[in-house]
Design a protein around this ligand. Structure first.
Ligand SMILES: Cc1cc2nc3c(=O)[nH]c(=O)nc-3n(C[C@H](O)[C@H](O)[C@H](O)COP(=O)(O)O)c2cc1C
Length: 453
């Protein structure tokens, strides 16, 4: 019998083996596929951009002698106590429930060691997380799971979550095996039953209500704390403008590659726009309101390296935040656990198991024995090391472009490798003269107008 794709066998592009397997799975189980992680399909991303390092026409900074600053202040618009971060990388909101208690503690430890913030998530604030996070952002979510006004006051900033990049327009999920006694008590839910979070806030229905909500939060916290608004990237230009008009101090923009703990696969892969396409839309929206750099922009969704950080900043972000990469840095899906992952029907490096709650590294689980395998001190140190590397890499690129602060990076320092990336990021194609693509686009527009007139 012929095996695999030997000569003579012709696999269909439309119905490849993965598509066939998914149709068969759906037919067997009668329920959509639920998984964690972010989009696995290839979309234009930061890898499609390159920096134009200094040469004759530009002057680089000396790596070991000249300073390239990395500090960032979030929430300068209204808050009396904005967040002062030493590095432009923060930890994104990830729920206690999706993650174990020790994992949340490690996120706080790692972020604090390098002078940055971490964020709570759907499900509320844990005491360990508060204790080990110098700067902690408190999420206010549509689900209101774990919502506690005292915790709100204990936080250093508030993040109103309107949406996530992995599922703009949808709510999260937490499957029953992760609803332990503690998670159930914090969320006011029955133990062991699958939970689907709301996809919109119950007490507001649009931008006007959002404005009232933000005012309310400022009053509760005496105008001390910055109020962030997190949006999933879709109609980013309008969403950003409306969030700014509603009074946001900071916009958190999460692109379609953004991670999630558990969501329908169809949602992760087919809703939202790529991070690369979303940033220029948000920057344009802020610039038009005269608010770029007054309302800070934090970008997330597929940030893995210092190059990604530097490119996001060059496109106009003030900071980035990371989810999946932070968990990988702490040891999630480590190859030494491959056998355990295979027993779950996955394999190390595939991230197909987060929703299942049996993570052998003890990170994305509520099982007490598994969670005990994870050492929050070691995890925190690894995360701090990784955050240092991201920052050093971003500084290296900024210096090569002659910048004394990573915020001085600009679109002018970038070129694109593909036409798609060029159009989305609004930077020239490598090797092409500035403006040539615009000229071509203008000519096409004129031709089209002639044809239709
Ligand atoms: C395990 C996990 C849990 C998450 N939980 C939440 C959450 O509770 N609230 C939220 O707004 N976003 C949540 N997210 C999304 C992150 O805040 C962030 O938007 C996303 O992870 C950024 O993309 P990245 O993972 O590619 O860095 C979660 C992501 C992961 C990976």
């Amino acid at each position: 019998m012929a095996t695999d794709a030997g000569w003579g066998l012709r696999e269909s592009y439309l119905y490849d083996r993965r598509v066939i397997a998914e149709i068969q799975r759906a037919a067997r189980e009668g329920i959509y596929d639920i998984r964690g992680f972010g989009a696995k399909r290839k979309v234009p991303h930061f890898d499609d951009l390159l920096f134009l390092g200094a040469s004759v026409s530009r002057y680089p900074l000396e790596g070991y002698r000249e300073r390239c600053a990395t500090d960032v202040v979030l929430g300068t618009r209204f808050a009396k106590r904005p967040l002062e971060l030493a590095i432009p990388v923060t930890i994104a909101g990830m729920s206690f429930g999706a993650l174990s208690g020790p994992a949340k503690e490690a996120l706080g430890r790692g972020a604090s060691e390098v002078g940055t913030s971490t964020t709570t998530g759907d499900g509320g604030m844990t005491p360990e997380e508060r204790e080990h996070s110098t700067l902690l952002v408190y999420q206010l979510l549509p689900s209101r799971y774990g919502m506690n006004p005292d915790d709100l006051r204990r936080a250093d900033a508030i993040e109103v979550v309107v949406g996530q990049g992995a599922k703009p327009g949808g709510g999260g999920m937490l499957l029953g095996h992760k609803i332990s006694d503690r998670v159930a008590a914090m969320r006011n839910l029955p133990k062991g039953i699958d939970q689907r979070s709301a996809s919109r806030h119950p007490d507001w229905t649009g931008p006007d209500d959002l404005e009232i909500k933000l005012q309310e939060l400022r009053e509760i916290t005496d105008w001390q704390k910055p109020v962030f608004v997190k949006i999933g990237a879709s109609r980013t230009y309008y969403d950003t403008q409306l969030a700014v008009k509603a009074g946001a101090d900071v916009i958190v923009l999460d692109g379609m590659q953004g991670g999630t703990a558990a969501t329908q696969d169809v949602f992760i892969e087919h809703a939202g726009i790529p991070t690369l396409a979303a940033i220029p839309l948000a920057v344009e929206a802020l610039q038009e309101l005269g608010m770029h750099r007054q309302v800070q922009l934090v970008v997330s969704g597929g940030i893995r390296t210092g190059a990604d950080v530097a490119k996001a900043l060059a496109l106009g972000a003030d900071a980035v935040s990371i989810g999946v990469a932070a968990l990988i840095a702490m040891g999630d899906n480590a190859p030494e656990h491959d056998e355990d992952y295979r027993a779950l029907g996955s394999a190390a490096g595939f991230y197909d198991d987060w929703q299942a709650g049996r993570d052998p590294t003890g990170i994305s689980t509520q099982d007490a024995d598994l969670a005990a395998r994870f050492d929050p001190e070691l995890g925190g140190r690894r995360l701090a090391n990784y955050l240092r590397v991201l920052t050093l890499e971003a500084q290296t690129l900024a210096r090569a472009c002659g910048k004394s602060h990573v915020h001085n990076l600009e679109p002018e320092d970038l070129v694109a490798l593909t036409i798609e990336a060029s159009l989305m990021a609004r930077v020239p194609l490598a090797g092409m003269q500035q403006g040539l693509l615009d000229e071509l686009a203008d000519r096409v527009a004129v031709r089209l107008a002639e044809q239709t007139s």
